[in-house]
Design a protein around this ligand. Structure first.
Ligand code: ZN
Length: 83
């Protein structure tokens, strides 16, 4: 398996397991090899690590919903319409 180098998409798919230290050692090596030469993924991992840490600190151990801001905006628009 995993004999090839990871793509950015594959790295993103593995990120949660990586942060939970649930990756097998050989996959983890591939993951870190990719990070060593891909600044984009380093920034992505940093951001996700920070987000997860923050949500853990708040006692809500789940990833933020991608549609959250859109829902808030819809809610605000709805409130404006009602007043
Ligand atoms: Zn990458």
């Amino acid at each position: 398996m995993m004999a090839h180098d990871l793509s950015c998409q594959e790295l993103a798919d593995l990120l949660t397991e990586y942060l939970e230290e649930a990756l097998p050692a050989d996959v983890r090596v591939k993951f870190e090899e990719h990070l060593a030469h891909c600044g984009y993924c380093v920034a992505f991992v940093d951001q996700m690590n920070w987000t997860i840490k923050l949500t853990h600190d708040l006692g809500k151990p789940q990833l933020p919903s991608p549609g959250h801001d859109d829902l808030l905006k819809l809610f605000r628009d709805w409130k404006t319409d009602q007043s």
